[in-house]
Design a protein around this ligand. Structure first.
Ligand code: NDP
Length: 400
């Protein structure tokens, strides 16, 4: 069917690459291009004997638009799948515009110096992508990603209007370390140490970090504490889903994780303000990343399950209706299949599916779109097929 260039070769990219290689009919060729080429080569060496997909590798600095353009022009992919970090979103979008190549990512742009997740920078590309006749699919991971597809599916098949959405992200996994993050520590800690917020009646309501706590009994996992966080998909879902009055995002955290985080925060280790250390400038959070366990090393040690989904409340045929759509994913099963734990798996699989939707032409409109703006049905079907089957509950316990 076509060729895909994957930028980045970290935890999420590794899963997406395994999945592309399982799906050679669509992904005839992939190029893995990242900052550290040896990681790309190691993955190629492992996977090439197992797949018909032709794998190429390259070194690229994705902060540099010209380098990206040269590489895209030489490989001529149908789509670029950005699995580097959110800081590279705009340079990669610029290169896609210059080469008229479709673009897919899993996290919205944020500038290095402000931990603020907003779509405004990427939405500003709408007209240019439309004019160029290419698609940018934003947020094709799990959350954002599958949560948006679930919302579009609920809207299409189960509701006339959706008034309340609660997104619940539960990780019941245990890696045995006193403190480690399940994906890029810098991104993860920036996310959880920021103020919380949710949308009510069209307005953002801000909370202190971890101010709002609830307890929920998750299928497959059990009872967990969860906390309200700001999350990027709230912004787009509040605009794209009809009738929304309130939308919130909760993530589970254990007490030990929070105590460690508080201590690191109190001593200044989570700060993104550069400081001088022995004559050179360093960012404390980046230094912390360097001393924490590499998320990729957690795979073999992590046991337990994740359960991520959305509880919808709204109206169907004039009556009140509640509906819960979720996926349960087992850390060890993921590790057996692709050598990564469930956090990378639940993001890497939808990333592959997003690229597949564009490459197969199932999703085909020029411009910049969030994932819930496309027909959810082919994506939902693909989730079942490619390792993230979903379950539904028509009488869920609600979150107060
Ligand atoms: P990792 O840190 O494991 O991987 C990032 C990769 O990008 C690394 O291979 C890194 O290279 C590469 N990279 C970084 N900067 C550059 C650059 N300037 N040029 C080229 N390559 C670069 O991160 P994850 O795999 O955990 O996360 C990837 C993305 O997925 C992030 O944007 C994250 O926010 C997003 N995400 C989304 C989720 C969702 O559900 N939507 C959930 C989890 C993550 P090197 O190997 O040299 O370090």
């Amino acid at each position: 069917m076509g060729k895909c260039m994957i930028i980045g070769c970290g935890g999420v990219a590794s899963v997406a690459i395994h999945k592309c290689c399982q799906n050679s009919e669509v992904f005839e060729g992939i190029m893995i291009a990242s900052r550290t080429k040896s990681k790309c080569d190691a993955l190629k060496e492992k996977l090439q004997p197992t797949t018909k997909t032709i794998i190429e590798t390259a070194q690229v600095n994705a902060d540099n638009v010209d380098e990206l353009i040269t590489l895209i022009e030489s490989y001529k992919p149908d789509v670029v799948l950005n699995l580097a970090l959110p800081y590279q979103d705009l340079t990669i979008m610029d290169a896609c515009l210059a080469t008229k190549t479709h673009y897919v990512d899993t996290a919205n742009y944020e500038p290095l110096d402000t931990a603020k997740f907003e779509y405004k920078w990427q939405w500003a590309y709408r007209e240019r992508f439309e004019k160029a006749g290419i698609t940018a699919l934003l947020g094709s991971g799990f959350d954002p990603g599958v949560t948006g597809v679930f919302s579009a599916y609920a809207m299409k098949h189960e509701f006339d209007e959706i008034n309340y959405i609660d997104i619940l992200d539960c990780n019941g996994g245990d890696h045995g370390y006193p403190f480690a993050t399940n994906f890029n520590p810098e991104i993860n800690i920036r996310e959880v140490s920021a103020k919380g917020s949710y949308i009510e009646d069209g307005k953002w309501v801000e909370t202190e970090p971890m101010e709002i706590k609830r307890v929920y009994n998750f299928k497959g996992v059990g009872e967990k504490d969860m906390y309200l966080l700001h999350h990027e998909e709230l912004e787009s879902l509040a605009l794209n889903i009809k009738g929304i009055r309130r939308i919130r995002f909760f993530m589970t955290f254990g007490q030990s994780y929070l105590t460690h985080l508080k201590c690191l925060e109190n001593v200044g280790m989570t700060s993104i303000e550069p400081i001088m250390y022995e004559g050179r400038e360093i960012v404390p959070l980046q230094f912390l990343k360097a001393v924490l366990p590499d998320p990729a090393s957690l795979g073999p040690r992590t046991v337990g399950k994740t359960n991520i989904g959305c509880i919808f409340r709204g109206k169907k045929d004039g009556k009140d209706k509640n509906y819960y759509l979720y996926n349960i994913c087992d850390h060890q099963e993921c590790y057996k299949e692709v050598g990564s734990q469930a956090i990378s798996y639940t993001t890497g699989v939808p990333a592959m599916i997003g690229a597949m939707m564009i490459m197969t032409g199932k999703w085909n409109k020029a411009g910049v779109y969030n994932i819930e703006e496309f027909d959810p049905d082919p994506f939902m079907e693909a989730l079942n097929k490619w390792g993230l089957p979903w379950e539904e509950d028509f009488n869920p316990t609600l979150v107060d």
